[in-house]
Ligand binder design. Structure first.
Ligand code: HEM
Length: 219
């Protein structure tokens, strides 16, 4: 697949990407943050009788929490299409280090494979949850004070757990293996040379030579 990307003739920056800031790690915050908020608001809505006294006079109506739960879920599922698309693009441009293993004992390539498959499954689950949640909101429980079913909340909790594992593996990719992470790769270069590398010795990220291996290290 790398040869397909190579044939595109992209000008790559020091981070190995055709743009300065990796986009997938930016988008994951929308996937993760919006989904966790959606789940939290739905749980507060479901447990409203207990939550209301804690909020005192400022307590909004119960429906507000279900509105927030629904629209945050829609946002998360929508953003995740872009998160996964950029995840694949940035994976195809990755140069995973062969010799290193993560804190979970997995190589960079294996971490990337599991993370990629996991991310695709999570996209599927988020869409499924959004459809299920939409049916409850607009059809099945329109006149019920509790808009969400208990099995739905359990399914959302399991998905939240999968997203936490997914995020941890993503952090292994960026922070431990240095995939598209200029700082980690700069430090690795420094370690390989056994001396401090000043910023002037690194290629200019704004005007880089075209390269397929930004660190210059053996893949
Ligand atoms: C729900 C879906 C996904 C979530 C929540 C997610 C989460 C993350 C997180 C938290 C990071 C670390 C970001 C950082 O600390 O800088 C990351 C990195 C990464 N992820 Fe994902 N990911 C998802 C899907 C995917 C998919 C489908 C792929 C590829 C097929 C992928 C490939 C990567 C790669 C290559 C990195 C390294 C950094 C970079 O892309 O520049 N991810 N991911």
């Amino acid at each position: 697949m790398n040869s397909v990307i190579d044939n595109l003739g992209l000008d790559l920056y020091l981070n190995g990407l055709p743009y300065l800031v990796p986009i997938h790690p930016t988008l994951v915050h929308f996937t993760i943050g919006l989904f966790l908020l959606a789940f939290l608001f739905d749980v507060i809505g479901a447990l409203y009788v207990f939550a209301k006294p804690l909020m005192g006079k400022l307590a909004p109506g119960r429906a507000v929490f279900f509105d927030l739960g629904w629209w945050n879920l829609v946002g998360s599922a929508t953003f995740t299409f872009a998160t996964v698309a950029f995840g694949f693009f940035e994976m195809f441009l990755a140069q995973p280090p062969a010799a290193e293993v993560s804190a979970w004992g997995l190589s960079a390539s294996r971490t990337m494979l599991i993370h990629g498959v996991g991310g695709t499954i999570i996209l599927f689950l988020l869409v499924l949850l959004a459809v299920w949640r939409g049916c409850q909101r607009y059809q099945w429980r329109v006149n019920q004070p509790r808009q969400v079913q208990i099995p739905y909340l359990f399914a959302a909790a399991v998905t939240a757990g999968m997203i936490v594992v997914q995020g941890e593996m993503g952090a292994h990719l960026s922070t431990d293996f240095g995939i598209h992470n200029t700082t980690v790769n700069g430090l690795r270069l420094q370690k390989e040379r056994g001396e401090a590398v000043s910023i002037d010795q690194l290629p200019d990220p704004f005007n880089p030579p075209r390269q397929s291996n930004p660190t210059g290290a053996e893949p």
